[in-house]
Design a protein around this ligand. Sequence first.
Ligand code: HPA
Length: 274
Amino acid sequence: MIGDTTQVIDEAAAYLRAQRTVWPSVAVVLGSAQAAFVSALEERQEISYTDIPDWPVPSVPGHAGKLIVGKAHGRLVTVMSGRVHLYEGWTPQEVVFGVRVLGRLGLKNLILTNAAGGINPAYHRGLLVLLNDHINLQGANPLTGPNDDQLGPRFPDMSHAYSTALRELAKQTAAELGVEVSEGVYAGLLGPSFETPAEIRYLRAIGADLAGMSTVAEAIAARHMGIHVLGISTVTNMASGMQAELSHAEVLEVGRSASGALIRLLGTLIPRIA
Ligand code: HPA
């Protein structure tokens, strides 16, 4: 990213404001497995990432990613369909660019979904886990470098990285829908190699329940701006050493088959977020 960070963020925000004047106070970051959530939105407006100035475009061919604004049961929501990861070579600031732009457009509540490996032996494949904390092991933080006081403070408090109120609302909604959810701590790793069994034993010892390669940078940037965060992991596999072998194909397959429950949860939860 070239130039002053806030200036670049504000250029993207100005482009988006020209596309529509009213921007939702709730947003959700989704993987491709949850595309059905988007098609169920009413009064949909789609903006391709490639059209937004400086917006990082995911490298996977055919999945350029797009920003969608629509209504879920009458409630306006922004969906970021597709995200970029540190392991693709993007900088931490590029990884959080979208969150910051939405923050400038008035975002108050951000739902970060992800696929993760289950470290907690009580978990099973397909389980949805509400994040109650994270451990940043990515070796990077989106707030390094000069602080932009317009975005947030130099040393933001991370005591409540994931909102208790949003988590309780999600738990209550899941119970009403009969969707099983658990709670846990997400360890954010750089990737893209999966962990070794020894690394998973280490992660368990330091208090992690899940291992994944996204989310922490976005959560940090959101908290920096005072945005409340709900994190939801789909356990797509048990972590390294806990099952015979790991593959991206399994991550995609289980992510897809668990997407129905996640989509139902989101559809009912989002209109309830104040
Ligand atoms: N480790 C890290 N990231 C992941 C995993 C895993 O086992 N599964 C899905 N994303």
